[in-house]
Design a protein around this ligand. Structure first.
Ligand SMILES: C[S@@+](CC[C@H](N)C(=O)[O-])C[C@H]1O[C@@H](n2cnc3c(N)ncnc32)[C@H](O)[C@@H]1O
Length: 270
């Protein structure tokens, strides 16, 4: 199974867009879309923290690599950034674009289908690059960081909200939202990630482990999802299908046993 198949096998883009349009005839807000389009631990709050590491006045043009359904993109567009989302999963780009149209944000949030290893962008063309739970899918992550360095302008910024390998990685359970099994999960330890960033020419100015917050958030979400999954208008199940219940439980178990950790990183091109 390819990575794109993992993500889109239960996704019917047209029926999801239809459902959103019927439920929010005046257009959804990014808060209303969050259960569907913020496909990472920490939801809308985590995205706000990550966006807060950037300034729309100094770093307006942002490339979101692995943008998924685009929740962070619309949130950042609303905060004044010019967002370009790039994702290898074409179905997600169609969903992302459709949601931006329904939300009336299509002029400030564009997306393209491409691989992070070969960015279809000119040298020094972006002010910032962002990863949110997408670096974790990339086997050749060192090359991806070099490719990002190429498209970033001098003093450009790279920010990340990522899952890394925890101290007890051997207790890892699948499926998780980013991988059905170990084949598509490429987690590094926090120390390896730091090293890789430095070797690729970035100066790290922010590196925070927020696994404890992540666990508390995920436990609250899991309780909500178990109670509401069948009645809720929008939920991660619209993307992942019913397997998301198991994925959500495994996330809690992996976080609480230390199989994974969650970090937030800010760095700049030297
Ligand atoms: C777990 S989802 C996260 C989506 C989104 N960032 C979010 O937090 O809601 C990971 C995303 O990264 C994308 N992705 C993984 N590897 C990629 C690559 N090499 N190039 C571009 N996108 C990639 C996947 O298709 C998927 O949409």
């Amino acid at each position: 199974m390819t990575l794109a198949q993992h993500y889109q096998q239960h996704l019917s883009v047209d029926s999801v867009l239809d459902k959103v349009a019927k439920h929010y005839p005046d257009g959804p807000t990014f808060f209303q879309l969050a259960p569907l389009d913020q496909l990472h631990i920490g939801g809308i709050k985590a995205s706000a923290r990550l966006i807060g590491l950037l300034d729309p006045h100094t770093h307006p043009r942002v490339l979101d690599i692995g943008a998924g359904a685009g929740g962070l993109m619309r949130q950042a567009a609303d905060a004044g950034f010019e967002m370009l989302g790039l994702d290898i999963t074409h179905g997600f780009n169609r969903l992302n674009q459709g949601l931006s149209q329904l939300a009336g944000l299509e002029h400030r949030a564009h997306c393209i289908t491409a691989d992070a290893l070969n960015l279809p962008l000119a040298d020094a063309s972006m002010d910032a690059v962002l990863f949110q739970h997408s670096f974790l899918n990339m086997p050749d992550s060192a090359s991806v960081l070099h490719e990002c360095h190429r498209v970033l302008r001098p003093e450009g910024r790279l920010v990340m909200h990522e899952v890394v390998r925890g101290p007890h990685a051997n207790t890892m359970h699948y499926p998780v939202p980013w991988a059905s099994d170990a084949r598509h999960s490429h987690l590094e330890s926090a120390d390896q990630l730091r090293q890789q960033l430095e070797q690729a020419g970035y100066h790290i100015d922010h590196f925070v482990d927020w696994s404890d917050d992540a666990l508390a958030w995920r436990q609250r979400q899991r309780d909500k999802e178990c109670q509401q999954s069948r009645q809720a208008a929008l939920s991660p199940q619209l993307v992942f299908g019913e397997r998301f219940i198991t994925m959500g439980k495994n996330l809690v178990s992996n976080l609480s046993k230390g199989a994974i950790s969650v970090v937030e990183v800010g760095a700049r091109v030297g």
